[in-house]
Design a protein around this ligand. Structure first.
Ligand code: AR6
Length: 176
């Protein structure tokens, strides 16, 4: 069955899905941006669970319970910090999306919502990040979708929403 890939505007802490993907940092101990919002909404048990996990290299992913969130699981992935494109940032970003989706598949997830990894505090250029995200998601689901039925990018602002919508239509155009 075909996996739907969509872009919506919203607050990912409100997503009622099997897993949301958090733009974390390697300590996994919380921070600002969407990470801070997720920790506040999930409650203090999330920090305790993250402490148990230890740290996570950039481009990899770890999973916890969703605790007080409507989402069942939280997948935490530290994306790359943009350094001008000289430090394999694009590969690391693709790796974050790939590892997160593969982990979601292993957990038997049907619905997964991503935040816009690395495009806030970490400064990754938005259009380029959106292209990498949509291409990587399409590659992984084309290869083996597992039980996945729907993958969404949840954009917090209009500029981010437009960038991912544009990248998604370009990706479909390339496939066709
Ligand atoms: N729902 C969806 N998206 C959100 C929300 C929300 N509630 N809040 C913010 N965003 P960022 P990064 C968007 O900076 O660049 C943290 O301190 C935001 O507008 O959260 O990967 C971590 O601990 C932007 O589009 O993540 C790390 O240290 C997107 O989420 C560092 O920031 C990502 O912005 C990670 O930086």
């Amino acid at each position: 069955m075909r996996v739907r890939v969509e872009v919506i505007r919203g607050d990912i802490t409100k997503s009622r899905v099997d897993a949301i993907v958090n733009a974390a940092n390697p300590s996994l101990l919380g921070g600002g941006g969407v990470d801070g919002a997720i920790h506040r909404a999930a409650g203090p048990q999330l920090l305790a669970a993250c402490r148990q996990l230890g740290s996570c290299p950039r481009g990899e992913a770890r999973v916890t319970n969703g605790f007080n969130l409507p989402a069942h699981f939280i997948i935490h992935t530290p994306g790359p910090v943009w350094q001008g494109g000289i430090a394999d940032e694009s590969q690391v970003l693709a790796s974050s999306y790939r590892h997160s989706l593969l982990l979601a598949e292993r957990m038997g997830c049907r619905t997964v919502d991503f935040s816009s990894i690395s495009t806030g505090v970490y400064g990754f250029p938005l259009a380029r990040a959106a292209r990498i995200a949509t291409e990587t998601i399409n590659e992984v689901i084309a290869d083996d979708p597992g039980k996945l039925r729907r993958v969404r990018i949840v954009a917090f602002d209009g500029e981010t929403e437009n960038a991912y919508k544009q990248a998604l239509s370009a990706a479909y155009f390339n496939i066709a």
